[in-house]
Write a protein that binds this ligand. Structure first.
Ligand SMILES: [Zn+2]
Length: 213
């Protein structure tokens, strides 16, 4: 019996390629479907009906009948059978306890203001009455970061911010803002142009009576 190495290698390659290709296609289609399910069909911005916080769509769970009857005593004006809860509120409500971050405990967001211009990150910083400080640390080598410890809110004197803003500009003009962590630091951690009318509209509504000329 003669042995032809070229024929043998070709047959082996075709057989291996066919097997690997089929498995690869199956694995690829599963991975694609999983990515679509977890990320593309899982939009952010759905609120928990108990704590009013925003979550991804698949983070919310529907309530059971016993949980709905328990929650109806605390939310008498709402149809609790249609409630969708985050995992924290779900586990607490399942034990017939009111979640600590429940809206019934006062953790309710005020209604979204209407008629105000959209804020960019720098404008948000200028009209914010508090600055949140938090520790962000790298968790692994692959670039994941997480918040470690507590979030500390430092109050801001908005009047000081208003007095240091330029006053000789018209409302439709913009001015450049450079925010530094410290005066001795040369570089700015946030910089850009801010439209005066945007900041003025928010300050007039919420912070001071006559913020800018
Ligand atoms: Zn919740």
């Amino acid at each position: 019996m003669s042995f032809d190495p070229e024929v043998c290698e070709t047959d082996l390659f075709e057989a291996t390629d066919f097997t690997r290709g089929a498995e690869y296609e199956i694995g690829w289609s599963r991975s694609t479907g999983r990515v679509k399910q977890i990320f593309m069909e899982n939009e952010f911005g759905h609120k928990c009906d108990v704590c009013d916080r925003l979550w991804f769509l698949r983070d919310l769970k529907t309530v059971t009948s016993s949980m709905a009857s328990f929650l109806s005593t605390h939310f008498p004006e709402d149809d609790t059978t249609r409630f969708r809860l985050c995992s924290s509120c779900y586990s607490t409500s399942r034990r017939d306890k009111v979640p600590p971050m429940s809206m019934t405990n006062g953790y309710r967001y005020p209604p979204k203001p209407s008629g105000l211009p959209k804020l960019d990150p720098i404008s948000e910083r200028l009209v914010s009455p508090r600055i949140p400080y938090m520790q962000i640390r790298r968790l692994r080598r692959d670039g994941c970061h997480g918040i470690v410890g507590q979030v500390i809110n430092v109050p801001v004197d908005v009047n000081t911010m208003v007095q240091s803003s330029p006053r000789s500009l018209d409302d439709y003009n913009s001015f450049n803002v450079n925010l530094k962590k410290s005066i001795i630091v040369k570089c700015s951690y946030l910089s850009g142009s801010v439209k005066k009318s945007t900041v003025k509209a928010w300050l007039v509504r919420y912070q001071v009576k006559s913020p800018m000329n």
